[in-house]
Design a protein around this ligand. Structure first.
Ligand code: HEC
Length: 173
């Protein structure tokens, strides 16, 4: 994972992650940068706290980790799936204790890495929402079942692609 992190920092130094990540937000979504109080801090926080596992661009090649890029926004479609993003163990128990800062980080994940997959009209996370949901952290015991239930919800209610049901995508090299 550290190799990935170093590679990522290289990209950031070479001119900013925002440029490296293709942002294709649909017009009905807010400008990704307007959903963060401090976009630079949010990007750095993501790289430091999440990028080591998920990849700096959210594309985790070739590790067996869920892909965030061009996908994670779907979870904003129902209130429960949206809450799941904050209740994930690595998010809820993040060392970032400032809820506004964590909300910014998650808005970076959803609106920048998600690349327009959040449904039209999606509201950004707020500090209050993060404070509330992180108290309901999922555990490894209930996470898999909860994700499966939510993925079915996203396919049925939101017409998310069926591949959202897979935690890991096997198409990578
Ligand atoms: C130690 C490695 C690791 C770190 C660090 C980590 N994650 Fe994860 N993440 C995982 C794994 C493994 C899963 C699969 C569910 C689980 O076991 O928690 C996951 C699941 C997810 C999912 C759900 C994706 C889906 O399709 O269900 C999201 C979103 C996510 N992580 C975001 C983050 C964010 C944001 C951070 C930083 C605050 C972070 N993760 C830090 C390993 C990590």
């Amino acid at each position: 994972m550290f190799r990935g992190l170093r590679r990522g920092l290289g990209i950031v130094m070479a001119g900013g992650l925002a440029l490296a990540v293709g942002v294709h937000a649909s017009p009905a979504l807010p400008d990704p940068h307007s959903v963060m109080t401090d976009p630079d801090q949010a990007r750095v926080d993501y790289i430091e706290h999440c990028g080591g596992c998920h990849g700096v661009r959210g594309d985790t090649v070739p590790a067996h980790l869920p892909e965030l890029a061009g996908r994670v926004g779907w979870f904003m479609c129902t209130p429960e799936a949206r809450a799941y993003l904050i209740r994930l163990p690595n998010v809820a128990h993040s060392r970032i204790k400032d809820n506004a800062e964590l909300a910014d980080l998650m808005n970076y994940v959803v609106f920048v890495l998600g690349q327009g997959t959040a449904p039209a009209g999606t509201r950004p996370f707020t500090a209050g929402e993060v404070a509330r949901e992180r108290l309901q952290a999922l555990t490894n015991a209930n996470l898999t079942a909860e994700r499966e239930r939510l993925a079915n919800q996203l396919v049925q209610q939101c017409h998310a692609p069926a591949s959202i049901r897979q935690l890991y995508i096997e198409h990578k090299q």
